[in-house]
Write a protein that binds this ligand. Structure first.
Ligand SMILES: Cc1ncc(COP(=O)(O)O)c(C=O)c1O
Length: 447
């Protein structure tokens, strides 16, 4: 474009986001920019090239999505060493092996999922025309979902699971370098998605009722684009928000202009009631409910609500690709949500998860290990030494997940996540093994 670009070592041929992205990609390919090399701040690049910061930021987004560059909080933006996010999820699940009892999975017990047979029989060819021009959502399903949705949402769409929904929100609203406040700890895949989009992740700690208001208010002193929240059965801690906490967080986010993005991944297997900041700030809330834990991960469905402006952008973009989530699957979900037998099976599963969870939690308390009052299928156990705890449990045939990939802020104590929802019996023995693993590596017990 001009020789101002030579100060950077690369120069766009056209003054557009794509021009910026192409020039940086070329510089990486040719070795002018090296893996790990730090790029100057967006404002500096914009001033040097006499472009707007928005154009440079959009160019950075294109590069981040292609895996060419990555952002890492205060360390800034660097040329990528490897291609996708930081691979937290891979690290978390890497430890999986052949265990007698694998409690590392974070997935529901297949034996507690509702029977699909009768729901499949409700399908007829007439009910599923499945044309490209049909409504993307089955209207009766939306109607049923609205009946127990936690707030009056402007629009609702059906997606291929919660992660698909969150990925679409990220693409629609998060630009490279945007600050996004997330819970500490948080589910690694959520962090991977945001990091891949080039977001600057800001952690705010969770207590027994969800994200803490003080740290959130502090984080929002500097403008942020969005706040990522898990309203119920937070993965990994199991915390569920009370309505009071939700109201408090809504009050803080309200004035900041940030978007609250809620991932209700446990859905109907959570024992606590559905809750959303949308009750207070519907125009700033996107709420996602997954049916993976309650109705099966391979049904691959979630519902997402939000203001028309955001849902409209997402649907328009989706038209360019997949277009809609299979209406055949939507009809199966409708039958599962309305049939008496599947409704009972899901309610029984919720009670059974509660029984399993409480059995392990109270046994752990008897061993002096407190994990709060978790909801859902996971518990988050403080341990002296993560590796020692994992190795000890593995030697006893039990698989658990290391805590480090869930950490957004430094974790002083170390943790393991245990999917107690998969443990149908022998809870006292399991708790005793977890308790001694928690002390492995030097903890002498008590405080
Ligand atoms: C917090 C969180 N979000 C999303 C998901 C995945 O949801 P889905 O299967 O609907 O994509 C999980 C799965 O464990 C999860 O724990």
């Amino acid at each position: 474009m001009n020789d101002r670009g030579t100060q950077l070592g690369w120069s766009p041929e056209e003054p557009t986001a794509r021009g910026v992205a192409n020039a940086v990609s070329r510089a990486i390919r040719e070795g002018t920019l090296q893996p790990g090399e730090k790029l100057p701040p967006i404002r500096t690049v914009a001033a040097t090239l006499k472009l707007s910061p928005t154009t440079v930021s959009a160019g950075w987004s294109l590069l981040a999505r292609s895996g060419s560059i990555q952002t890492n909080g205060r360390r800034g933006t660097t040329v990528a060493e490897f291609r996708q996010g930081s691979g937290r999820y891979r690290r978390a699940m890497d430890q999986r092996g052949l265990f007698t009892q694998d409690l590392s999975t974070g997935v529901p017990d297949a034996r507690l999922l509702p029977d699909l047979g009768p729901a499949m029989q409700t399908l007829t060819t007439a009910a599923t025309p499945g044309g490209y021009l049909d409504e993307p959502e089955v209207p009766e399903l939306i109607e049923v979902l609205r009946q127990d949705w936690p707030y009056r949402a402007e629009e609702m769409i059906i997606t291929d699971g919660a992660l698909d929904a969150l990925e679409m929100v990220t693409r629609a609203r998060i630009r490279f370098g945007d600050r996004v406040v997330v819970e500490h700890p948080s589910f690694p895949l959520l962090i991977d998605q945001l990091e891949t989009a080039g977001a600057e992740i800001v952690g705010a700690p969770v207590d027994g009722q969800g994200m803490q208001p003080g740290p959130l208010a502090e984080a929002l002193r500097t403008p942020a684009t969005a706040v990522w929240l898990q309203p119920r059965a937070h993965n990994p801690t199991g915390a569920s928000m009370t309505p009071e906490r939700a109201g408090e967080l809504a009050g803080i986010i309200s004035g900041s202009g940030a978007l609250a993005v809620e991932d209700d991944s446990a859905g109907a297997v959570a024992s606590s009631p559905s809750v959303s900041l949308g009750q207070w700030i519907p125009e700033q809330t996107v709420h996602v409910r997954s049916f993976s834990k309650s109705h099966g991960p391979d049904l691959r469905l979630a519902a997402m609500s939000g203001p028309s402006s955001i849902m409209g952008d997402i649907s328009a973009r989706r038209q360019l690709g997949q277009g809609w989530s299979s209406r055949l699957l939507q009809r199966i979900l409708l039958a599962l949500l309305t049939g008496e037998a599947p409704r009972q099976q899901v309610a029984d599963a919720r009670d059974e998860y509660q029984r399993r969870r409480q059995a392990v939690v109270s046994e752990l308390a008897a061993h002096g290990i407190e994990v709060g009052r978790p909801d859902g299928i996971n518990i988050w156990v403080p341990v002296m030494d993560e590796s020692a705890a994992i190795v000890r449990l593995a030697s006893q045939g039990i698989g658990v997940t290391p805590g480090a990939p869930f950490s957004v802020l430094p974790d002083k104590s170390g943790h393991i996540r245990v999917t107690v929802g998969a443990a149908s019996d022998s809870h006292a023995e399991l708790a005793a093994m977890i308790a001694s693993a928690a002390r492995a590596g030097g903890w002498t017990g008590g405080r």
